[in-house]
Design a protein around this ligand. Structure first.
Ligand code: HEM
Ligand code: HEM
Length: 248
């Protein structure tokens, strides 16, 4: 049997989704955490966040119709399996999985849920529900913690199993001597995914009014106020009902 046989397991939509998610999440976090909400370009963190939200919704659909290892049913593990996996990983006798292992599966589901939580609280903030700001930030910090664990898990796997899974997320292939790979990279699905994403992004960016710091959510057309904007010296307006700050 050919132990070094490489088989295709991640199709193109999964790989593009992954690296766009990484790029988008870090960009949104850097704009918000690095530059703060009084920055001129703060609205862009929400624009990127909404694009990620849309991507995650598409990924959830794909979890039912995608190729074998992209389907949720291939990485929904009982909590017991997670505990067994975690214990065996600590003892360095964990087995290698071709798709997501129970550890990465839980982290992945949690990250998808957190993007949804960050987006819903972000949308509420944009609608003027200021008391969700703490929850929005708690979700962001939980996401940063989970991403760190995810990366530690990936590095652990690479050394433990001498299997470069970062490269697998790029070219889609993994070493295997038994299990069955997928038969297609799903180029057409990738084209549909990127087209929908481009339309959504174009609509969102063209709705952005930089002077008022507003954006409109595509499809549903709800207007959001992202951060404060100054329309006269000393007067700051926030949200659609225009509060005035008492600092003049
Ligand atoms: C913001 C940062 C990140 C997020 C939100 C994230 C999220 C995810 C998600 C959602 C998946 C599942 C993909 C799918 O089935 O659609 C995944 C898998 C994966 N990610 Fe990340 N990721 C991040 C950063 C990284 C980085 C920096 C690396 C490389 C060092 C990495 C390597 C991988 C690998 C190798 C897999 C496949 C894991 C497996 O074999 O089970 N990720 N990631
Ligand atoms: C992954 C995506 C996101 C990250 C990492 C993120 C991060 C953050 C952080 C760290 C803050 C606090 C900033 C500060 O206090 O200086 C913040 C505030 C805020 N975010 Fe997000 N966010 C994301 C997505 C979104 C989305 C999708 C929306 C709306 C559609 C949004 C709307 C807002 C608003 C309105 C504020 C509060 C501004 C204020 O009133 O002070 N965010 N975000």
């Amino acid at each position: 049997m050919d132990i070094d046989k490489k088989i295709l397991i991640w199709d193109l939509p999964v790989r593009f989704f992954h690296w766009l998610l990484v790029l988008g999440f870090f960009s949104a976090a850097i704009i918000a955490l690095g530059f703060g909400d009084d920055n001129q370009n703060f609205a862009f963190h929400a624009i990127i966040g909404l694009i990620l939200f849309f991507m995650v919704i598409l990924r959830i659909f794909y979890g039912f119709f995608g190729t074998n290892y992209a389907r949720f049913k291939s990485f929904l593990f009982h909590p017991k399996e997670f505990l067994i996996y975690f214990k065996s990983a600590l003892l360095l006798n964990d087995k290698s999985y071709l798709g997501h292992n129970p550890g990465s599966a839980y982290a992945i589901l949690f990250m998808l849920a957190l993007i949804i939580g960050i987006s819903i609280t972000g949308i509420q903030l944009g609608l003027g529900n200021e008391n969700l700001k703490d929850l929005h930030e708690i979700f962001v910090y939980l996401m940063l913690a989970t991403v760190s664990l995810h990366i530690i898990g990936v590095i652990f796997h690479i050394f433990r199993h001498r299997d470069n899974i970062i490269a697998s997320m790029i070219h889609g292939k993994k070493r295997s001597n038994s299990e069955v790979g997928i038969t297609s990279s799903r180029v057409v699905v990738l084209i549909i995914f990127l087209s929908l994403l481009s339309l959504f992004t174009f609509d969102l960016i063209s709705s952005h009014q930089k002077n008022k710091k507003t954006i409109n959510i595509p499809v549903i057309g709800v207007q959001l106020q992202i951060g404060e904007f100054e329309i006269e010296q000393g007067k700051f307006y926030k949200n659609n009902n225009e509060h005035e700050k008492d600092d003049d």
